[in-house]
Ligand binder design. Structure first.
Ligand SMILES: [Zn+2]
Length: 382
């Protein structure tokens, strides 16, 4: 007989399974996918790796993902010739089927007849069989109309020179055959002085509100920055980037950028880039304890039962942006040569595990990110 303490000290079966999976480098928390055999009708369950990028969630998958990211980063950063993408142009079969599908969808939206729906699905299967990739528009999706916006809402970068963007992603070669690429870091603005541990020195004067809003919209601001940069330099700049929190929690961007751009240009683009957020006012918390309730297709006030204004309508009535996000003035950039120790070190910064808030994987042209497997998993976690 063993004592309770001895029994408690023994490893749990799940721990043993996890450790064994770790040892052999396979996923420790796979999804199960239900697969039907079309001939026999038999159902099978196949384990699919979770594919996480976070090491604490699944070490083997995170290490695999990191190795892939490092390869993507290294191979894309210092390319010296344009990556070629050989896409087969659509054939007549493709376009005819797609036209037929569009007619079916229109008919289905009018009549909602189940037969039409099935026919659409069989057309989808045919298109897939013909090798068409990507998502087909859903049969049931409502047709979205773009909201009418006045022209004053268009976001421009007025103080920047503008060139037509060439179809080029590779940087120029310099005398002596050098073709450096860049490592760039952008930060958020300052919201008040902070201590070494990142906490505000004067919490009453620290602009928490702006810090939070800048963080929420940082990714969109970054998108705007790339657009502006491409217009200014006149070629289709490609990058591999991560957004991480600094010690003061504000996000910042590290990017490997293909080709080289003068620091002064990067600084000007950063200073001129801003993002207007056309959200309805959201300074005040309106519902604290009694929340709106869902009733007959819309949210209503819990007391008056009056419908709340829908988002799209509220946005149309906004007189001015609720927030304008900008970068901080500090811009770090340096030129880095392919294959150097420095390049390896910076690829390391870009492919850390745990701190990444958002990853812009790949170079949009040559290394597409791996497919998101989760979408296909019909089962649940084993
Ligand atoms: Zn895993």
């Amino acid at each position: 007989m063993s004592t309770r303490a001895e029994r408690l000290a023994q490893p749990l079966m799940t721990d043993v399974v996890t450790a064994t999976a770790e040892k052999y480098g396979v996923c420790i928390r796979p999804f199960t996918m239900e697969v039907g055999d079309l001939d026999t009708g038999e159902l099978k369950y196949i384990p699919i790796p979770c594919g996480t990028t976070i090491e604490s969630a699944c070490g083997p998958c995170a290490r695999k993902a990191r190795a892939l990211r490092m390869t993507q980063c290294r191979e894309g950063w210092h390319l010296d010739e344009e990556p070629a993408i050989d896409k087969t142009p659509p054939t007549r079969d493709h376009t005819e089927l797609m036209t037929y599908r569009a007619d079916l969808v229109a008919a289905y939206r009018d009549s909602e007849e189940e037969d039409l729906r099935e026919e659409i699905h069989s057309v989808d299967e045919e298109l897939r069989a013909l090798g068409v990739r990507g998502r087909l528009p859903s049969v049931d999706a409502p047709i979205k109309r773009a909201p009418q916006r006045s022209t004053k809402r268009r976001q421009e970068a007025p103080n920047l020179p503008r060139r037509k963007v060439e179809r080029r992603t590779v940087g120029r070669e310099y005398a002596g055959g050098f073709r450096p690429s860049m490592f760039v870091t952008l930060t958020c603005d300052t919201y008040g002085p902070v201590r070494n541990d990142g906490t505000p020195i004067n919490p009453d004067r620290y602009d928490y509100r702006r810090a939070a809003r800048d963080a929420i919209h940082f990714a969109s601001l970054v998108d705007r920055w790339w657009q502006n940069l491409r217009r200014v330099v006149g070629w289709d700049v490609q990058y591999f980037a991560t957004i991480e929190p600094q010690r003061r929690i504000a996000p910042h961007l590290h990017a490997a950028l293909r080709g080289s751009i003068p620091h002064e240009v990067l600084r000007q683009v950063t200073a001129a880039t801003y993002l207007q957020v056309w959200w309805p006012p959201h300074d005040e918390l309106v519902y604290r304890d009694r929340l709106p309730v869902w009733d007959n297709g819309h949210f209503v006030d819990p007391d008056t039962r009056r419908p709340l204004m829908p988002w799209a309508e509220a946005i149309d009535q906004v007189p001015q942006p609720a927030h304008v996000a900008t970068f901080g003035t500090q811009v770090h950039s340096k030129g880095i040569l392919g294959g150097s120790d420095q390049a390896g070190r910076h690829i390391g910064y870009l492919t850390k595990y745990s701190v990444i808030l958002l990853l812009h994987t790949g170079w949009h042209d040559r290394f597409p990110p791996p497919p998101r497997r989760r979408a296909y998993a019909s089962g649940h976690r084993a």
